[in-house]
Design a binder for this molecule. Structure first.
Ligand SMILES: Nc1ncnc2c1ncn2[C@@H]1O[C@H](COP(=O)(O)OP(=O)(O)OP(=O)(O)O)[C@@H](O)[C@H]1O
Length: 358
């Protein structure tokens, strides 16, 4: 990923203390999103997916859209970018209704990356990203040296510089996702909407793309709205969250607001999964069969706890004069004092297998 402060185009990176509140952003007024059913013999009623939304994604902030499968995230994003007409209400970018703007003007202010497959034909990755400059090129569509510089920056920003000359049609899912994100950045919009941009990326790339989007928002005053299923990452990195719950209610606030209110747990807790508000992470919900006394160095204790929890055992630290049932030492030796004797191993796999036959 590239240094954002060296990016071409907009200048004036300042610290938060110097930056006045950014005007603009994206807002919705009483927005209802959904689908107009196909009329059969003149009948057919619209199906609202999310109703009466007054949302605001601030300029300079990364807003993350979270919710279970089928909650309406893609429907909302498609409506926000004008691909799907609202059932009621409207969407404004920088205070102006998106329906009032000519498409070319809107394309200079709003970029979108959806999950749909893109037919790149014979274009190289660089040429695909260069399409993002079209709203800015004149009648001829010819790119200036400045446009080429922005294309190069956008490719580098998403870590796709090495893909520039590759045929876009031959890219892997994750590589294509990066290149399409670069195309959106090359558009130099005020608002970027991305539907599950990290879906195909490996874990380090997910983190770097999410952090990049947050930094772009901060450093360039962009309004970035991203839908994702990367819940824990989103809750760590996002400035703001729109969380769609199981009743199609949208909760908004900083991640910590929604953790504290219990909205995150209510939206995602399931039979086998429980959200821990203290760590901000999910864990397996598994009732403990029993509690065992353990003795382990501080760095190994969490791993031991995790492995034993999978076998339905809760742990407590063995006290003085208390014989530990499971012990670990600094050399990684693991010892289980079971009913059938003592098992010594270096492997958590062996340990948990032994526990199963305990
Ligand atoms: N073209 C369509 N016509 C009618 N209903 C649709 C259409 N596309 C999606 N839906 C429905 O709208 C609801 C919301 O779907 P949407 O794709 O917005 O959810 P999502 O939150 O993006 O889900 P996921 O996390 O699984 O991608 C679902 O019930 C879905 O079946």
């Amino acid at each position: 990923m590239t240094d954002l402060t060296t990016a071409p185009g907009r200048s004036g990176t300042t610290t938060a203390a110097q930056t006045p509140p950014e005007p603009g952003g994206l807002t919705t007024d009483g927005l209802t999103v959904g689908y107009r059913a196909r009329a059969v013999w003149g009948r057919g009623r619209p199906r609202a997916v999310l109703e009466d939304l007054d949302l605001r994604a601030g300029a300079g902030e990364l807003t993350v859209l979270l919710g279970p499968n089928g909650a309406g995230k893609s429907t909302l994003l498609r409506t926000l970018c004008g691909l799907l007409p609202p059932l009621f209400g409207g969407v404004r970018v920088g205070g102006r209704h998106i329906t009032e703007e000519p498409p070319a003007a809107l394309a200079r202010r709003l970029a979108v990356v959806l999950t749909d497959r893109v037919d790149a034909g014979l274009l190289s990755a660089r040429e695909l990203v260069a399409l993002g400059r079209h709203p800015h090129t004149g009648f001829t569509g010819r790119l200036t040296p400045g446009d080429h510089e922005i294309v190069q920056w956008a490719l580098a920003a998403v870590g796709a510089g090495h893909l520039a000359e590759r045929p876009a049609a031959e890219l892997s899912d994750g590589e294509r996702q990066r290149v399409l994100t670069a195309r959106a950045l090359a558009q130099e919009p005020d608002v970027v909407l991305l539907d599950e941009p990290t879906a195909f990326l490996d874990v380090p790339s997910r983190v770097s793309l999410t952090v990049l989007l947050r930094d772009l928002a901060r450093d360039r005053g962009l309004t970035v709205v991203v839908s994702t299923h990367d819940l824990e990452l989103a809750l760590r990195v996002a400035d703001a969250v729109w969380l769609v719950d199981r009743s199609s209610h949208v909760h908004t606030g900083a991640p910590e607001d929604l953790i504290a209110s219990g909205a995150v747990a209510a939206a995602f807790d399931a039979d086998h999964l429980a959200f821990d508000a203290v760590s901000g992470s999910f864990g397996l919900r598994r009732p403990a069969r029993t509690t065992v006394a353990v003795d382990a160095p501080a760095d190994l204790l969490p791993l031991l706890e995790r492995a034993l929890a999978r076998e339905g055992l809760a742990v407590r630290r063995a006290g003085p004069g208390d014989d530990p049932q499971v012990a670990a030492d600094a050399d990684g030796n693991l010892t289980l004092h079971g009913a059938d004797g003592v098992v010594r191993t270096h492997s958590f796999h062996e340990l948990t297998r032994a526990v199963r036959t305990w």
